[in-house]
Design a protein around this ligand. Structure first.
Ligand code: CTP
Length: 401
């Protein structure tokens, strides 16, 4: 599938990698047009870039060759990819500044916009840059997360431009977005919750978060704006997703309840701890030779709470973790919680469920109908689930944003 890619290059030492990226994208059959900032040209030889793309390289907005072209460039491309994206350029994009050709194109573009940041770790993690990245992600810009490894300073850290493979994959995802999910605002909860016992101990469960993360990735791939509220997991945040990290069930409830009114559909994939300590110990409890009894109280049922807040055009998907699938009990659970769909997984079978990469899901609807989706990798199941949602949910005509 040949597409027109507008490749924006900014002033990062990784700018030279834009040449390799161009070569690979052209090998994939794409037409690549490069636009470089003034600082990018300190790192990138113009002539080499023009030979690699087969097009003139544009940089100066007031260059007679492109002064009237910039709107066309933004209108004609199928995707605008800024790689590498410097700290300065990300900030400019977030603020909507347009003081050079590339930043102007970013404002004018109506196609998917992707950014692949590359910078020193301290810069990438600086609160200002974090905020700007968050703003961009919330606006639907797809961030291709940088990698950890040797940086230009010689230090090891987070901030290396993502691998060529990761960039190509992200681009593929954005270019094949499914129109139906485009602009839909999806809320996903994932992972376990940790209920504090004292500052070092907690009550948790074996959820890895993989199913929820796979759903978030699949929704983003179909063009949705995704907010992922995640309990503690070892997973990297999916690209292009607005992630909010929480720890306890109460934090999860606050975050989900606050976000829910701005979303069209919610997948409650989190394995919420049903109980928390009535009184967590403020200090680490020392052992004293005696037994220790913990007093627990029930956590709120977040899913049931959402069903009471739900507007008629919102769609609510619950999960059920069961040791034995009993259709009648599952239907009771679905109806009691007020969900529009329940996805039940049998956690007692070896090789599927909580920490595994595979799962076996049975879908139930409030009318009592059910469908066994079989055993598949979680990424495959996530797409099958979205296909089923498409069959039963009347998508809102436009996003709530
Ligand atoms: N859930 C929730 N709040 C809780 C417990 C569960 O929102 N306090 C949600 C889960 O995210 C899931 C669904 O409810 O979408 C079902 O979770 P599950 O653990 O199967 O059911 P429970 O309500 O905990 O009931 P039980 O364990 O007694 O079967």
């Amino acid at each position: 599938m040949s597409k027109k890619i507008l490749l924006g290059v900014t002033g990062s030492i990784a700018a030279y990698k834009a040449l390799d990226l161009t070569r690979l994208l052209r090998q994939d059959g794409h037409d690549v047009q490069m636009v470089a900032t003034k600082n990018a040209l300190r790192f990138l030889p113009r002539l080499t870039a023009e030979v690699f793309t087969g097009h003139p390289l544009y940089s100066d907005m007031f260059d007679p060759a492109c002064s009237v072209r910039h709107i066309d460039l933004a209108r004609e491309c199928d995707a605008l990819l800024v790689a590498p994206a410097s700290a300065d350029f990300l900030s400019k994009m977030a603020l909507g500044l347009a003081d050079d050709l590339l930043s102007t194109l970013c404002l004018a573009a109506t196609c998917p916009v992707l950014v692949a940041p590359a910078m020193e770790e301290n810069m990438y993690l600086h609160p200002a840059i974090r905020e700007h990245r968050k703003t961009l992600t919330a606006r639907g810009v797809y961030e291709i997360a940088p990698e950890t490894g040797p940086l230009a300073s010689g230090k090891e850290g987070l901030g290396r431009l993502a691998s060529m493979e990761a960039i190509r994959k992200a681009l593929d995802i954005c270019l094949t977005r499914n129109g139906r999910w485009s602009g839909i605002r999806v809320l996903v909860s994932a992972g376990p919750t940790h209920e504090p016992i004292d500052p070092v101990r907690f009550i948790g469960n074996r959820s890895s978060g993989k199913m929820g993360y796979a759903l978030a990735t699949a929704c983003a791939s179909r063009g949705a704006h995704v907010t992922l509220v995640s309990g503690p997991t070892a997973l990297s945040p999916p690209a292009g997703v607005d992630i909010r990290q929480v720890t306890s069930a109460q934090e999860l409830e606050n975050s989900i309840n606050q976000a829910f009114p701005d979303h069209d559909i919610c997948f409650m994939a989190a394995a919420v701890s049903d109980y928390r300590l009535t009184l967590p110990h403020p200090e680490k409890r020392k052992k004293d030779g005696n037994s220790w009894t913990l007093t627990l109280e029930e956590n709120p049922d977040i899913l049931a709470g959402l069903s009471r807040l739900k507007a008629p055009d919102q769609f609510l998907v619950g999960f059920a973790a069961e040791s034995k699938l009993d259709h009648k009990k599952l239907l009771d659970k679905l109806r009691k919680k007020g969900a529009d769909m329940l996805l039940a997984n049998n956690i007692s079978q070896p090789g599927i469920g909580f920490s595994s990469d595979e799962n076996e899901i049975t879908m139930l609807l409030p009318d009592g109908s059910s469908l066994c989706m079989g055993k598949h990798p979680k990424a495959v199941l996530a797409n099958k689930i979205l296909d089923e949602v498409e069959k039963v949910w009347r998508f809102p005509p436009r996003s709530r944003q």
